[in-house]
Design a protein around this ligand. Structure first.
Ligand SMILES: [Zn+2]
Length: 299
C-alpha cells in the first residue's frame, strides 16, 4: 500500500504584545493572507504562556512547518533570543525563545523585533508595496520603527536599528525614560500628545484634540507643534537613510486624516528633497503577516 505523507505548507505568525499574544495561521501559497487568528491574553511567566498558546494552535493545525515571532525588545537574530525587553514583559529579557520552542515543537522558529516585522509586512503587502527602500516610523505610546534596505530588514549588532524614539530632538528638552533629555519619543508619541494637552490645561483625548482643531485655536497650535516636531524627526531620518518612502504606523497614525495635511505643510519647508509619506495599511495584522513572512523569505 502506498502511503502519502501530508505536506506541511502552513506557518504560524506570532505577534507577541504586552496585552495579547496573537497567533495567525498562513498558507505558504498565499503569503500575506491570514487564514485564522487565535488570541491569548499575555500572562506571566511569559515564555510558558507563549508555549502553551502555540501548543494549542498546533494541535488544531498539524500541518504547521515553521513559526515566525515578532516581539518587543532587542532581539539577537542569530540566537533567536531576547537581549532586552522593557518592564511591560516581566522576565522576558534573556529568554532563548528560538532554542526553547524548537526543542519543544521540532520545527524551525525565527524571532525578530516587532517593529521590524511590521515594517517588512508594510513593504511587501501594505503601504510601501513595490518599494525596496522604506522606513517605518511607529508612533504608539512610545516611538519605534524599522528600516528595509533592498527589501530586507536592516540589522545592527545589538538588534537595535530603528530605535528612532531615542534620537535627540531637543537637547535640553523633556526627560526621557532612557535617562536622557529631549528624545523624539517625548514629542511625537501618543504619550507626548497627552502631555501637550495637559500642559495647555485642556481636558480631552488626543483624538478629540485632532477633531477640534478646526474650531479651537489652542488645539490647532498643538497639532501644528506636534506635526512640526514630527516633520523635524522625519528630515533627520531622511538625512540618515535616504529612503524612497516613509510609512507612519502605530496608534497615533489612526487619526492621521486629521493631521496629515499639517504634517505635509511642515515637511515642505524642511525636507531635503520630496519624500513619499504614507499611513500604514495593515494596522493590527502587520505583526502576524510580517512574522510569517520571515519564514517565507528565509525559512
Ligand atoms: Zn530616550
Amino acid at each position: 500500500m502506498v502511503q502519502f505523507e501530508v505536506k506541511k505548507v502552513k506557518v504560524l505568525g506570532v505577534d507577541l504584545g504586552g496585552t495579547n499574544i496573537k497567533i495567525g495561521v498562513l498558507d505558504e501559497l498565499q503569503p500575506g493572507n491570514i487564514e485564522r487568528v487565535y488570541l491569548y491574553p499575555t500572562q506571566e511567566p511569559i515564555y510558558e504562556c507563549l508555549e502553551k498558546a502555540i501548543d494549542e494552535v498546533m494541535s488544531l493545525h498539524p500541518d504547521i512547518k515553521a513559526i515566525g515571532i515578532g516581539t518587543p525588545g532587542f532581539v539577537d537574530r542569530k540566537k533567536g533570543s531576547v537581549k532586552f525587553a522593557s518592564e511591560n514583559l516581566p522576565g522576558w529579557s534573556g529568554t532563548e525563545v528560538k532554542q526553547k520552542l524548537e526543542s519543544r515543537f521540532h520545527i524551525s522558529v525565527i524571532v525578530e523585533n516587532d517593529a521590524n516585522v511590521a515594517a517588512l509586512a508594510e513593504v511587501i503587502f501594505g503601504a510601501a508595496k513595490g518599494y525596496n527602500n522604506a522606513l517605518m516610523l511607529t508612533l504608539g505610546t512610545g516611538v519605534g520603527g524599522g528600516v528595509i534596505i533592498d527589501g530586507k530588514i536592516l540589522y545592527g549588532p545589538n538588534g537595535a536599528v530603528g530605535e528612532f524614539g531615542h534620537m535627540t530632538l531637543y537637547p535640553e528638552g523633556h526627560s526621557c525614560k532612557c535617562g536622557r533629555k529631549g528624545c523624539q519619543e517625548q514629542y511625537v508619541s501618543g504619550h507626548s500628545l497627552a502631555r501637550r494637552i495637559r500642559e495647555a490645561n485642556m481636558d480631552m483625548t488626543p483624538e478629540e484634540l485632532m477633531q477640534s482643531k478646526e474650531h479651537n485655536d489652542t488645539a490647532a497650535a498643538i497639532v501644528n507643534e506636534f506635526t512640526y516636531d514630527l516633520a523635524l524627526s522625519i528630515t533627520s531620518l531622511q538625512a540618515a537613510f535616504d529612503m524612497e518612502i516613509l510609512v507612519i504606523g502605530g496608534g497615533v497614525s489612526h487619526s492621521a486624516n486629521y493631521w496629515f495635511e499639517d504634517l505635509n505643510k511642515n515637511l515642505k519647508n524642511l525636507l531635503f528633497h520630496p519624500l513619499r509619506v504614507e499611513v500604514a495599511k495593515l494596522k493590527n495584522d502587520a505583526g502576524i503577516i510580517g512574522a510569517a513572512q520571515l519564514i517565507f523569505m528565509e525559512g
